[in-house]
Design a protein around this ligand. Structure first.
Ligand code: SF4
Length: 151
C-alpha cells in the first residue's frame, strides 16, 4: 500500500496563514487514515513560519508577503523538508492544497496580492514533481485514485 503525503490543512489542522484549516471531506481520506497511509505536513510550518502568518505569494523566483517581506528561504526549507519526508517514507504520491505558494499543483496567486490566480506550482509541489513524486490537488481526487490503482 502506498503512503501519501497530504497537506496538513486538508486534514483540518489549523495551519493556514489565517490560522484555519481547510478539511477535505472525502471517504477515501478516512480510509487512508485508518490504514495509517497518510503522512501529513505543512511545508510552511516545517520551514519555520508561525501560524497565523502574513499571506505570501510567488513573485518571479521569490516568495513575498503582503507586507513586502521576502520569505523565500522559509518556503524553500519547507519544500526541502517535504521532499526528505517523502524519501524517508518511500512516498510517490502527494495530495496538496491547490493555489498555495507552497502546495499549489495547478494554480498559484500571481504575486500582486490582489486575489488573481494564474497557472503555476507552489515551491513544494514543484520540488516534489521534479523528484518524481506525483502531486495532485484536492480537486483531483479521481485522478489520484486512478494513479494509485494503476501502480
Ligand atoms: S503550506 Fe500547504 S499545508 Fe501548509 S497551510 Fe499552506 S496549503 Fe496548507
Amino acid at each position: 500500500m502506498q503512503k501519501i503525503l497530504v497537506s496538513s490543512c486538508l486534514l483540518g489542522t489549523p495551519v493556514r496563514y489565517d490560522g484555519t484549516g481547510q478539511k477535505l471531506v472525502h471517504p477515501q481520506i478516512t480510509t487512508w487514515q485508518s490504514q495509517g497511509l497518510i503522512i501529513p505536513l505543512c511545508p510552511e510550518v516545517a520551514g519555520g513560519l508561525s501560524t497565523p502568518r502574513a499571506p505570501a505569494e510567488i513573485r518571479h523566483d521569490k516568495v513575498i508577503t503582503n507586507a513586502d517581506e521576502d520569505v523565500t528561504a522559509a518556503f524553500r526549507l519547507g519544500a526541502k523538508k517535504a521532499l526528505q519526508l517523502c524519501m524517508s517514507h518511500n512516498i510517490r504520491f502527494a495530495l496538496l492544497k491547490e493555489s498555495s505558494p507552497s502546495c499549489g499543483r495547478n494554480t498559484i496567486y500571481d504575486g500582486s496580492h490582489r486575489g488573481i490566480k494564474v497557472a503555476g506550482m507552489g515551491l513544494t509541489a514543484a520540488l516534489l514533481e521534479r523528484n518524481g513524486i506525483k502531486v495532485f490537488s484536492e480537486v483531483q481526487m479521481p485522478a489520484l485514485l486512478k494513479a494509485l490503482a494503476s501502480c
